[in-house]
Each structure stands twice: as structure tokens, then as C-alpha cells.
Design a protein around this ligand. Structure first.
Ligand code: NAD
Ligand code: DAU
Length: 338
């Protein structure tokens, strides 16, 4: 369908993986990586793509309509996939303003540009966190009510509502994906899995919030990328799709298995004060993805976590680079005396 996609937030964790997937597996589709390069954006992760004729980078902010218009005009963009967001729940608790600004107003700016420039397809990358928290039983389906519990998830839920309304009111060809927790290469080590690997390699403590019995449904990032492409390419306008790994784990089980794979002691685990409003359990029913688009995860957790740990251990220079400077201040502020 599309030939030139503006990938907003392409220098972040999932964006980087998606761009590499597209250049490798869907050659001929032009990718314009549009990114403001916040602390989470890292062009070094895309160094191997710089000379690919299907790849362009545009330094811009999704909150700035002029930036967005310039990129669309310059590259004759016909579609948008929006990964750009402030994405870390803990940061949203400490400083919600930028989350509202980027995640809500930034999405609004992209939606207006989509109307102004006759964009043919708009995919909003959302999250299972918009559904809130589950008890011991049940799963989130696409018709579960929206009940976000953190400033981050509330801002993502707001963006979803905007996307839906632009489809209904202005007939924008928009779709929404809601995915569970991703893991894999190039994830910023504020998130649990790379933080755990990074701390363990230095024999530093691993902070586990509360009792560590919160459950997340982990999906290898490559499988998220194939799912996004399936939805972008084939889903009917206005549809919402849940994407999950069918792979629930408590945080404690997760940390224990990473430590075991790294040959590190469980003694590194340190229970710390819980995250306020911490969602207890996420589980995603992605049967709609299977039934309508034939998508299923291709990588088991055992395969995915092994590849992930190997990647971080083989790319310690990447970890060293992203954990220098501001990260040290962030870590101190977040975890010191927690
Ligand atoms: P990330 O924080 O690693 O990357 C976000 C990217 O957006 C960065 O490159 C950053 O520079 C860019 N960005 C931030 N503000 C911007 C702005 N105003 N203008 C332009 N670019 C801006 O995030 P991620 O983990 O890759 O997540 C990508 C998307 O997927 C987010 O929308 C997130 O809500 C969603 N999501 C993430 C997960 C997960 O487990 N990481 C799961 C489900 C959904
Ligand atoms: O479910 C999808 C969401 O997954 C995405 O929308 C978010 O962008 C992404 O950040 C992620 O949110 P979580 O809050 O679930 O991910 P995080 O890696 O921060 O935490 C995973 C679990 O581990 C969660 O229960 C909190 C816990 N945790 C996290 C950190 C950083 C700890 O116990 N200790 C920690 O130091």
C-alpha cells in the first residue's frame, strides 16, 4: 500500500528494531525516521542503516507542526507510524507534564498533519497499560474498558481516544496497536530487563519493587515489529489490535532467570519501595491478531531472553555509552534511598 512512511520515534528502542526489520525484510518501502532525540533516542543504534537508500533521518519534534509538515513535504510522506512518546512509567510519576505534552499533544499534531497532507494510513503504537490492571484471572481483550492508572498510561489512553475520534470524525485511515512489555536489543536501561542486565554485569544490586510478584506478559521486540507491520499493511481502518507474548512472568521469576543465565547470585536482588499505583498484572489476549491477520509470536521467551542477554553482553560499549552522563543522575534520583 504505502511507499513512504514517517516513523515517529524511530530512534527509540522499538523504533530502531522496527526500522531495521523494515529495511531488512521489506525493501523498497521508504522509511523517514522522525525523532526529537530525547534521552531515549539514539542514532548510534541505527549507524548501520545510514547508507541504506530506503532510510532517511529528520530531526524533529512531533509537538511542532512546522517540523512535521517539513518532513512530510520534503520526503513526500504518505503514511505515519507513531512510536514517539515518553515511555517510562516511573518518570511519568515524577514529572507528568512532558508525558501529556508529547504523548497527547504530539499525537494531536501528527493527526492534524495527517488530515492536512492527505496521509493514507496512520498507525498509533499504543500499550496494554491503557486497560489498567488485572486480578489473578482474565486477559485484556480489545473491548476491555480503558482504565489507565499512571500518568504515562493515561496519556497513552488519551492519544488512543484522539486517534479513534480522528478516524470517526474525519475519516482518517487510522489503526491502533496495544502491545504488552517488549524486550530485546537497544532498550534503554531504565526498563526492567536491560537495567537488570546492566546492574548485574557490574555486580550492582537489582531493585525489585514491592514484593516482586507483579506479572508482565513479555514479547520479544522482533515479534512486535512483525505485528505492527501486519496491522499497518492489512488491518481495516479504525481497528484496534492487542499484541502479546502469551508469556506471563512475575518480576521475581524474570530477575531470577536473568541472574541465573548471567551466572550471578540471587543475593543481588534488593527489594525496594513499590512504584505508586503499580499495576499488578497484565495479560494480553491477542487472538484477534491470529484470527484476522494470521500473526503469532515466533520467538519463545527462552530463545528471546538468551538472544537479548547475549546482545547486551556483546555490546557493552552501547550500554556504557547510554549509562554515562545523565543516566547516572537519573539512577541516583530514582533509586537512592528508595
Ligand atoms: P523509547 O522511550 O525507547 O523511545 C521513544 C522515542 O521517541 C525516542 O527515540 C525519543 O527520542 C522519541 N521522542 C520522544 N519525544 C518525542 C517528540 N516530542 N518528538 C519526536 N520524537 C520523540 O520508547 P519505546 O520503548 O521504543 O516505545 C515506543 C512506543 O511503543 C511508545 O509509544 C510506547 O508507548 C509504546 N510501547 C512500548 C512498549 C515497551 O515495552 N517498550 C510496549 C508497548 C507499547
Ligand atoms: O506493558 C507495556 C509497557 O511496558 C509499555 O507501555 C511501557 O512503555 C514500558 O515501559 C513497559 O512498562 P512497565 O512499567 O511494565 O515496564 P518496566 O520495565 O518499567 O517495569 C517492568 C516491571 O518491573 C514492572 O512491574 C515494574 C518492575 N520494576 C521496574 C524497574 C525499572 C522493578 O521491580 N524494578 C525496577 O527497577
Amino acid at each position: 500500500m504505502s511507499k513512504t512512511i514517517l516513523v515517529a520515534g524511530g530512534a527509540g528502542f522499538i523504533g530502531v528494531n522496527f526500522i531495521k526489520f523494515m529495511l531488512r525484510e521489506n525493501p523498497g518501502v521508504k522509511i523517514v525516521n522522525f525523532d526529537a532525540l530525547t534521552y531515549a533516542g539514539n542514532l548510534a543504534s541505527l549507524a548501520d542503516c545510514e547508507n541504506n537508500p530506503d532510510y532517511e533521518f529528520f530531526h524533529g519534534d512531533i509537538r511542532n507542526d512546522k517540523d512535521v509538515a517539513s518532513a512530510i513535504k520534503k520526503y513526500n510522506v504518505d503514511s505515519i507510524i507513531n512510536f514517539a512518546a515518553e515511555s517510562h512509567v516511573d518518570r511519568s510519576i515524577d514529572g507528568p507534564h512532558v508525558f501529556l505534552d508529547t504523548n497527547i499533544l504530539g499525537t494531536y499534531t501528527l493527526l492534524q498533519a495527517a488530515r492536512d497532507f492527505g496521509i493514507q494510513r496512520f498507525l498509533q503504537v499504543s500499550t496494554d497499560e491503557v486497560y489498567g490492571s488485572l486480578g489473578k484471572e482474565g486477559m485484556f481483550t480489545e473491548s476491555t474498558s480503558i482504565k489507565p492508572n499512571s500518568p504515562y498510561s493515561a496519556s497513552k489512553a488519551s492519544a488512543d481516544h484522539l486517534v479513534r475520534s480522528w478516524h470517526k470524525t474525519y475519516d482518517l485511515n487510522a489503526v491502533i496497536t496495544r502491545c504488552s512489555n517488549n524486550y530485546g536489543a537497544y532498550q534503554f536501561p531504565e526498563k526492567m530487563i536491560p537495567l537488570c542486565i546492566n546492574n548485574a554485569r557490574h555486580n550492582n544490586k537489582i531493585p525489585v519493587y514491592g514484593d516482586g510478584m507483579q506479572v508482565r506478559d513479555w514479547l520479544y521486540v522482533y515479534d512486535h515489529c512483525t505485528a505492527i507491520w501486519a496491522v499497518f499493511d492489512r488491518a481495516a481502518p479504525g481497528e484496534v489490535f492487542n499484541i502479546g507474548g502469551n508469556n506471563e512472568k512475575t518480576n521475581l521469576t524474570l530477575v531470577n532467570s536473568i541472574l541465573a543465565m548471567l551466572g550471578k547470585s540471587k543475593g543481588l536482588i534488593q527489594f525496594v519501595k513499590d512504584r505508586p499505583g503499580h499495576d499488578r498484572r497484565y495479560a494480553i489476549d491477542s487472538s484477534k491478531m491470529k484470527e484476522k491477520l494470521g500473526w503469532e509470536p515466533s520467538v519463545t521467551f527462552e530463545q528471546g531472553i538468551e538472544k537479548t542477554i547475549k546482545w547486551y553482553m556483546d555490546n557493552q560499549a552501547w550500554l556504557d555509552q547510554v549509562t554515562s552522563g545523565d543516566y547516572q543522575n537519573y539512577y541516583k534520583q530514582m533509586y537512592h534511598q528508595r
